[in-house]
Design a protein around this ligand. Structure first.
Ligand code: SAM
Length: 286
């Protein structure tokens, strides 16, 4: 029998991956959780039928959400990860000895349990003593934080379902308040390519620009996400993602990565004209 996972990326576009085996299928309080095994992409996790990560290309997403801000901020001690229940971002953060505390706020404990069992390649950092897990809504968690974090990573699902609140102006304002005076927030910023994703990306960008004095967007190629062209937002109170990049300092840490390097860091902020235009179009709208 031929078994395929298919995700609709745009009204007339679908991505299909041939599945060898379904390893897990369950409905949590918040979403449908599935884990599949495939020849080309290895194991992969989907939530409500949307691709979250695959064994083959997760390193790109997790390198880019973590190492870009870590190579800019000179002294990260406390980090907040919102979402990220697969553990990939925590795994990369845990490689920095300078980090003292990592709070992971995941709304769905089942995602963490399932990833611990089926995706040990991402869920391998949870046992680090610096990591504290909080199973609650990230929107509520940040409301009561003030001047606590050097870095916030918003590693969320898309702006519908449980992730919807993590794309609101209220949320970005609370992240600003939760950061110290030189803090950085990085968020997964959707894709500029298909129109529905591009609208979500513009909406998020407009709200972040209104909440932070420095706000830049950078890109990566993630084959299993819609169009493969994915963006991240870099929002900051003080540090500029390029002017404050500490190439020498980051290289001296000796962290080996399969995707990120400091040359690519610079290049990732050079966006195609059509993306620049999409961003510019919303930057000054009230
Ligand atoms: N790399 C992924 C992507 O862009 O597709 C994101 C992966 S991670 C699995 C996303 C996590 O965010 C999910 O486990 C989901 O449960 C969590 N999440 C969604 N809404 C949330 C909220 N309001 N607060 C905390 N976590 C949330």
């Amino acid at each position: 029998m031929d078994l395929w996972f298919t995700e609709k990326h745009a009204p007339g576009v679908k991505l299909s991956i041939r599945v060898e085996k379904q390893l897990y299928c369950g409905q949590s309080e918040f979403q449908q959780i599935d884990v599949f095994e495939s020849k080309e992409f290895g194991r992969f996790l989907t939530l409500d039928g949307y691709m979250m990560l695959t064994e083959k290309d997760e390193f790109i997403y997790h390198d880019m959400i973590v190492h870009v801000p870590m190579a800019v901020h000179p002294k990260v001690r406390r980090v907040l990860v919102i979402g990220g229940g697969d553990g990939g971002a925590v795994r990369e953060l845990a490689r920095y000895p300078e980090i003292e505390q990592i709070d992971l706020v995941e709304i769905d404990e089942e995602v963490v349990n399932v990833c611990r069992e089926y995706l040990p390649f991402t869920a391998c950092g949870f046992e680090d003593p610096r990591v504290k897990l909080h199973f609650q809504d990230g929107l509520k968690f940040v409301r009561r934080c003030e001047n606590e974090y050097d870095l916030i990573l918003v590693d969320s699902t898309d702006p519908f379902g449980p992730g919807e609140g993590l794309f609101t102006r209220e949320f970005y304002g609370n992240c600003f308040k939760a950061l110290k005076e030189d803090g950085i927030m990085v968020n997964q910023h959707e894709s500029p390519f298909y129109s529905v994703d591009a609208l979500a990306m513009q909406r998020a960008h407009k709200r972040i620009v209104q909440s932070f004095p420095i706000s830049r967007v950078y890109q990566a190629h993630i084959p299993t996400y819609p169009s493969g062209h994915w963006l991240f937002g870099f929002a900051s109170k003080k540090y500029h993602p390029l002017k404050d990049l500490d190439t020498k300092g980051w290289k001296e840490l000796g962290i080996s990565t399969r995707y990120y390097n400091t040359k690519l860091h610079r290049g990732a902020f050079a966006l195609p004209n059509y993306v620049e235009e999409l961003l510019r179009n919303v930057e000054h709208i009230d």
